[in-house]
Design a protein around this ligand. Structure first.
Ligand code: SAM
Ligand code: SF4
Length: 455
């Protein structure tokens, strides 16, 4: 029997795609291997958000070149955001990655996952893999994932849309993943129902702009959600909330876009049983001029209003964000505004990135990547110092408090999990608590972690 190994890079969406790929490969008769050496099919599920992410894949491919010397039948596949055209090394029209990746055998657009079997046969016609007709799947979402990226059955990522229509000027996603398309409501509900039957207590809904579910140009043109009274995303959250009777306790979602943070959605977050006091809401910059150049389509004032509504309706809600420093033309004053805004909003966590130019984006075509690497680095450190301060003071509020922790990993007595506010909590337990939600008293709140003991 043939074996596969998948290496995943990037966001939760890629991890969810990997689960779909695993289910598909297992249906084809492949078995999983824990390391690439000796595997028949090695797949790199890639991210192209920043150059660094791509460079890592190039490095790994060189290693695969070495492995191929002792295992010449190994097929190396690249999928995910780096690929534009599904093709094999023998296809008449090939993805441009083949010109820079000597070790590559197959390039696969993730949405065309059912083509993988045909591409494998294109290279090796003798490969014994069953036929799964491509046209039997309307979309790759219909492949039921294996949900293996978490240590227990208690948690799962559920993809609800793919692609993006927002076209932020710095971002490659609308080109790599294509235009936004939402998954059918019934399909999502069926998937979650099955998960809950198998013991799932926490679901994280994922999409590039998860809260624009059902609102994309495609969804509107096709009137796919026109029959719903409420906004499609709010309707979905309400439907999922009904599973709380069957055991679902927590629903998270990532990443929402500020433009689609409606009052209806804030109200739902404040009232639904499965919702938690945490939101990751990427702002990208604290300066209106930068936001305009980024094509973020909201102002700092509008963002502030959303946060104050959230804080009013959900007291104690923890807010985290994404920030890019050193975007094209970012002046010292613009960056200072981001620092001030960060302080004012009291973000408790943030993914701070230094701008990395991506070929094909509007910024790469029409703007100058004119902030030097050393300035980008300095700005990153300044913001990160502030983040450490914010994070520590947010954590100190939990001193001696009891929080409910979903245990995500357990190694002997050592347990790690997430509280309602999405804080990482570390504690010890003499009994098996993996996949359970347990009360933990916080005894030592630190910068990035809360240390506690079972209450
Ligand atoms: N859709 C989400 C949103 O609108 O905020 C974010 C998804 S994006 C895949 C994840 C994060 O990567 C972004 O929020 C942004 O901070 C960062 N990012 C995207 N393109 C980047 C670039 N060219 N350079 C640096 N960071 C980038
Ligand atoms: Fe990229 Fe902007 Fe779409 Fe987020 S909203 S995926 S940053 S284009």
């Amino acid at each position: 029997m043939s074996t596969y190994y998948i290496q995943t890079y990037g966001c939760a969406m890629n991890y969810s795609d990997t689960e779909r790929m695993e289910a598909y490969l297992q249906a084809l008769g492949f078995t999983k291997k824990e390391e690439p050496k000796g595997a028949d099919l090695v797949i790199f599920n890639t991210c192209s958000i920043r150059q660094k992410a791509e460079d890592r894949v190039y490095g790994q491919l060189r290693v695969m070149g070495e492995y191929k010397k002792t295992h010449p039948n190994m097929l190396v596949t690249v999928t995910g955001c780096m690929v534009r055209k599904s093709s094999s090394r023998y296809s008449p029209e090939r993805d441009k990655l083949f010109s820079t990746m000597r070790e590559l055998d197959i390039a696969l657009r993730i949405e065309e996952l059912p083509k993988l079997a045909a591409l494998v046969r294109e290279i090796n016609p003798e490969t014994q893999i069953p036929e799964i007709p491509e046209e039997s799947l309307e979309s790759y979402f219909q492949i039921d994932p294996t949900h293996s990226s978490h240590q227990s059955n208690a948690q799962a990522f559920v993809a609800i849309s793919n692609g993006c229509d927002k076209f932020c000027t710095y971002c490659i996603v609308p080109y790599s993943r294509g235009r936004e398309k939402s998954r059918k409501l019934e399909e999502i509900l069926n998937e979650v129902e099955n998960l809950v039957k198998n013991g799932c207590q926490e679901v994280t809904l994922i999409g590039q702009t998860v809260n624009s579910y059902g609102l994309s140009t495609y969804d509107k043109e096709e009137k796919r959600f026109a029959h719903l009274e409420k906004e499609p995303f709010v309707h979905l959250l309400e439907e999922l909330d009904k599973f709380s009777e069957k055991g679902l306790q927590r629903v998270r979602f990532t990443s929402p876009h500020p433009k689609d943070m409606s009052d209806q959605l804030i109200e739902a977050m404040a009232t639904l049983k499965t919702h938690l006091p945490y939101l990751h809401l990427p702002v990208q910059s604290g300066d209106n001029r930068t936001l305009r150049r980024m094509n973020r389509t909201y102002t700092i004032e509008q963002y502030k209003e959303i946060i104050s509504k959230l804080r009013e309706k959900i007291p104690g809600i923890a807010i985290s964000t994404d920030i890019i420093v050193g975007f094209c033309g970012e002046t010292e004053e613009e960056f200072e505004n981001t620092l001030k805004f960060f302080e004012e909003m009291q973000f408790e966590h943030a993914f701070i990135s230094q701008y990395s130019q991506r070929t094909g984006t509007t910024a790469a075509r029409f703007m100058k990547d004119d902030i030097s690497n050393s300035v980008k680095k300095t700005r990153w450190h300044k913001l990160n110092d502030l983040l450490r301060k914010n994070s520590l003071s947010a954590h100190q509020k939990f001193q001696d408090k009891v929080v409910n922790v979903m245990v995500e990993s357990q190694n002997g007595e050592d347990c790690l999990g997430r509280s309602e506010h999405y804080k990482t909590v570390q504690f010890k337990s003499g009994r098996d608590v993996l996949g359970k939600i347990v009360p933990v008293k916080i005894t030592d709140p630190r910068e990035w972690i809360l240390i506690g003991e079972l209450a």
